[in-house]
Design a protein around this ligand. Structure first.
Ligand code: COA
Length: 336
């Protein structure tokens, strides 16, 4: 069985900077509240007039990752696209990206695992590579949240959290080597808590799926039981981190850097405390980007590499929890 290696990364953020003070012009909130409760100082959103979808952001991040990997688009055997904000309800954004990359019949699949889109996506890519079915996989996590958020005070608890953006990774099968590559992945879900964080409409169990009444009630906007999600994250993340370490046969001190999903700085600080990690072992950038869901870990990973925090032989753990509920962790070691 081959080992899954990462050959290139890329990120792309849209250019419209939205500060907390900007949000306070539209809804009853404040810079102080947002910083205190979430750590977020600003985020980037696509242009207000529209015209930019998740596949467009994903395309920009992909071009950078492909370039760094030294791949041409037709080197790609499979595209895995993680998003909760696809360009259309269907077809998936992976197909749209495939066309934008100038490819003709390369397979593409979408993963709808929200904030766990990265860990689910990498675990899926790793399984395809190990099975021998595909050798070169482009993973993309991309979100356009801003066009689907309630920017009135009704939506303030959710809206202040989310940012738009994209991250991409080129994953490739290499000859087996037990000491590097994807070392372990662990995935979980718990549908019992599906209503804790969801966008309900359009809803297939209702006819029509979207009515004027539903629009008036704002049922097409995301809703969240923030406290419940927070509690689950703080409890689950240390457990899943340990589970991944056990699976890889590693200990905490073997991990050079933890890159958690960027949902809320306080969640990551609670994780850091629970695991007794020094500041230099955990990477956060939610302050600048907000929560970009499936894009948050690949954006952070790309930045961590750029800052020289990860190099030859480094071991990194990615982990996250989000809507579903879904959560998981992946351990990756760079070639030594
Ligand atoms: C959403 C979250 C920041 C709210 O923080 P919190 O400390 O739990 O705050 P609460 O929900 O208890 O709300 C406290 C008060 O602030 C108010 N409030 C909510 N959003 C606000 C905002 N943007 N600005 C100002 N006040 C706000 C609430 O209405 C409430 O007011 P009340 O006390 O008068 O009823 C926090 O619960 C969280 O981050 N949860 C995890 C969410 C998450 O990770 N989501 C993504 C998962 S992938």
């Amino acid at each position: 069985m081959k080992q899954t290696m990462i050959s290139g990364t890329g990120r792309y953020l849209p250019t419209r900077l939205v500060t907390n003070d900007d949000l306070a012009l539209w809804m009853d909130t404040s810079d102080e509240w947002i910083r205190q409760r979430t750590g977020i100082e600003q985020r980037y959103w696509v242009p207000e007039e529209g015209g930019v979808g998740a596949s467009d952001l994903g395309f920009e991040a992909s071009k950078i990752a492909l370039d760094r990997a030294g791949w041409r688009p037709d080197d790609i055997d499979l595209i895995i696209f993680a998003t909760l904000s696809p360009d259309f309800n269907f077809p998936g954004s992976g197909c749209l990206l495939q066309h934008k990359l100038g490819l003709e019949t390369t397979p593409a699949l979408d993963i709808r695992q929200q904030c766990s889109g990265f860990v689910y996506g990498i675990a899926t890519a790793d399984a395809f590579i190990r099975s021998g079915l595909y050798n070169r996989i482009l993973f993309v996590g991309a979100e356009v949240h801003s066009t689907g958020l309630d920017i009135s005070s009704r939506g303030r608890d959710v809206t202040v959290i989310f940012g738009d953006g994209a991250g991409a990774l080129c994953l490739e099968g290499a000859e087996p080597d037990r000491t590097c590559g994807v070392m372990a992945s662990v995935l979980h879900s718990q549908g019992e808590f599906s209503s804790s964080l969801m966008t309900e409409a359009p809803v297939s169990r209702q006819n029509p799926r979207l009515s004027e009444a539903m629009l008036r009630e704002g049922r097409h906007y995301p809703t969240m039981d923030g406290r419940s999600v927070f509690k689950h994250a703080v409890r689950r993340l240390p457990l899943v981190a340990q589970e991944a370490l056990d699976k890889a046969g590693l200990t905490l001190s073997d991990i050079d850097l933890f890159i958690p999903h960027q949902a809320n700085l306080r969640i990551n600080q609670a994780f850091q405390k629970a695991m007794d990690l020094p500041d230099e072992k955990i990477f956060n950038n939610i302050q600048r980007y907000g929560n970009t869901t499936a894009a948050s870990i690949p954006i952070a990973f790309d930045e961590a590499i750029e800052k020289g925090l990860l190099k030859t032989g480094s071991t990194v753990m990615f982990l996250g929890l989000g809507a579903g509920l879904t959560w998981g962790a992946v351990i990756y070691r760079f070639a030594g």
